[in-house]
Design a protein around this ligand. Structure first.
Ligand code: SF4
Length: 500
């Protein structure tokens, strides 16, 4: 017997099916191979909130989940959403106290000890005393005898502690396990520590899924709606379907991008049609492209107009979005939100790092998105090498000019990827990449760096954000309205407010 199952370990935010598991199981389904998805993150949170919490005296979890699944209005009310997420988070915080040193949230799990140290993870898993053990034991009883080969799909480091434990339990039960997913391939291609992942698991594969079926063609060439082990609803008011229009990136030039070696491929729109045909009604398509390609979006719009669906995804705010009424046609076809990497208001910074658009173009794109009623979720990046106070002020000035047009904001401080063109050309950009001290056996995607001129753009950026940017009367209300939990999926489903 070779019955397969696709398994997604916790913790991933339980608002939509994890993309990697969905693609793997959907690709296998399209090849006639049944491999139900076992989303153990959704399972863990359901167990915690619906079984553990009432017994532990927490009464409000069920109504909170009921609200997230059926808010009773077309869109979430921001204040109600904030309060139910607060209820769930407080239960998690209370539960984590039973496991000294662990930190849990609706999107992360951090074990005690050295973060990302694999030897520590193995001994934790074998101790049988982690936050996941009780749920995993129940799940192991339930699945006994239903499959012989587990395909573990890993996308985030937040899944790793639980993955090590579930793999150990499955192998103890005599089930063959293969581990793969974007975390393994990203560590191999752009991070460091893949050998440590190999030391945690007997079989790690780095390809897109084709080795499971012994094929040479790209795995995403065929996908259909997969099978789910449980028909549970995700914690979302509408079903969210992850789908890539492409793999790789059409632009592929940003100097600090760690993903530029990903092979480019257009994913056939027929796959989306197949998925929509087999999937639930009233879905939202989460376009998981690194940047949505303009042409592929154009090709997709007629497909979405035929079905009651919404969609959202990442866009580089380039001028092409302003041509041919594209944004307007997107709004008419159900575009609920665009996540735009505006990055900086400084022309010098955008040009230096090859972003391929100017701040004035980004501003026009953001203004148009807002005018059409599409939610604007804008990402800003501070602390790039060579960034000065005047560059940061230009970013603040741009946001001020966009007052009332940005719904949500994400602020981050630059981290230097282990591998990217900027790291290779560090001297040219006036930086010296360094190494972290301490424990060597750790998984890493980034490394520290120093500036040759003695400046510290990351530290300066953090100070600017906390003293100038965050408290600014244009910025603060946007940050306060940006949900902390269930992020993008729920932001697309949030009522638009006129707070600012
Ligand atoms: S747009 Fe995004 S994915 Fe593409 S090169 Fe730039 S950072 Fe990388």
């Amino acid at each position: 017997m070779n019955r397969k199952a696709v398994i997604s370990p916790p913790i991933i935010t339980p608002s939509e099916v994890p993309a990697g598991s969905f693609m793997l199981s959907g690709g296998l389904a399209a090849r006639g191979i049944e491999a139900p998805i076992h989303d153990l993150s959704l399972g863990f949170f359901r167990w915690l909130f619906l079984e553990y919490a009432p017994k532990a005296g927490f009464a409000n979890c069920k109504p909170s989940l009921d609200y997230l699944i059926s808010p009773g209005t077309e869109f979430y009310k921001p204040h109600k959403h904030r309060s139910v997420c607060g209820v769930l988070q407080s239960v998690l915080k209370s539960y984590q106290k039973l496991f000294p040193g662990w930190q849990l949230s609706l999107m992360d799990s951090v074990p005690p000890g050295i973060t990302h140290s694999t030897s520590g993870l193995i001994s934790l898993a074998q101790s049988g005393k982690t936050p996941f053990t009780q749920y995993f034991k129940l799940w192991m009883q339930e699945i006994r005898g239903t499959f012989d080969h587990a395909l573990i799909s890993l996308a985030y480091i937040s899944q790793l502690p639980a993955a090590v434990e579930i793999v150990w339990l499955l192998e103890e039960a005599g089930i063959k396990v293969t581990v793969g997913g974007s975390l393994a391939s990203a560590l191999h291609d752009t991070g460091s520590g893949i050998e440590l992942l190999n030391s945690c698991f007997k079989e790690v594969v780095l390809d897109d899924g084709r080795s499971v079926v012994n094929e040479n063609q790209p795995f995403l060439s065929k996908i259909e709606w997969p099978i789910f082990a449980k028909t549970w609803k995700y914690f979302s008011s509408r079903p969210v379907i992850p789908f890539p229009l492409t793999t790789g990136c059409t632009w592929n030039k940003c100097l600090f991008c760690p993903d530029r070696n990903k092979p480019f491929m257009n994913v056939s729109i027929n796959n989306l049609k197949n998925i929509l045909q087999g999937g639930p009604d009233n879905p939202i398509i989460h376009l998981i492209d690194s940047e949505m390609p303009v042409k592929a979006v154009n090709d997709m719009l007629p497909v979405l107009r035929n079905k009651t669906s919404g969609f959202y995804g990442f866009a580089r705010p380039q001028g092409a979005w302003l041509a041919d009424n594209l944004l307007s046609r997107m709004a008419d076809s159900g575009c609920l939100m665009l996540q735009t990497g505006a990055e900086s208001g400084s022309e010098k910074i955008l040009r230096r790092f090859m972003k391929g658009f100017s701040p004035s173009t980004a501003e026009k794109v953001l203004g148009e998105i807002s005018k059409l009623g599409i939610r604007n979720y804008v990402y800003f990046l501070f602390g790039l090498p060579g960034e000065t106070e005047s560059d940061r002020n230009l970013t603040l000035e741009m946001v001020t000019r966009l007052k009332g047009k940005i719904d949500y904001m994400n602020l981050s401080v630059f981290n230097l990827p282990e591998k990217c063109e900027l790291t290779e050309r560090a001297t040219e950009f006036g930086i010296i990449p360094g190494e972290y001290d301490g424990e060597a056996s750790v998984l890493r995607f980034y490394r520290p760096f120093e500036s040759m001129d003695g400046s510290n753009p990351r530290k300066e950026a953090r100070e600017f954000i906390s003293k100038r940017f965050r408290p600014d009367p244009t910025v603060l209300p946007v940050l306060q309205s940006t949900p902390k939990w269930f992020r993008a999926g729920h932001m697309a489903l949030m009522e638009k407010t006129d707070l600012f």
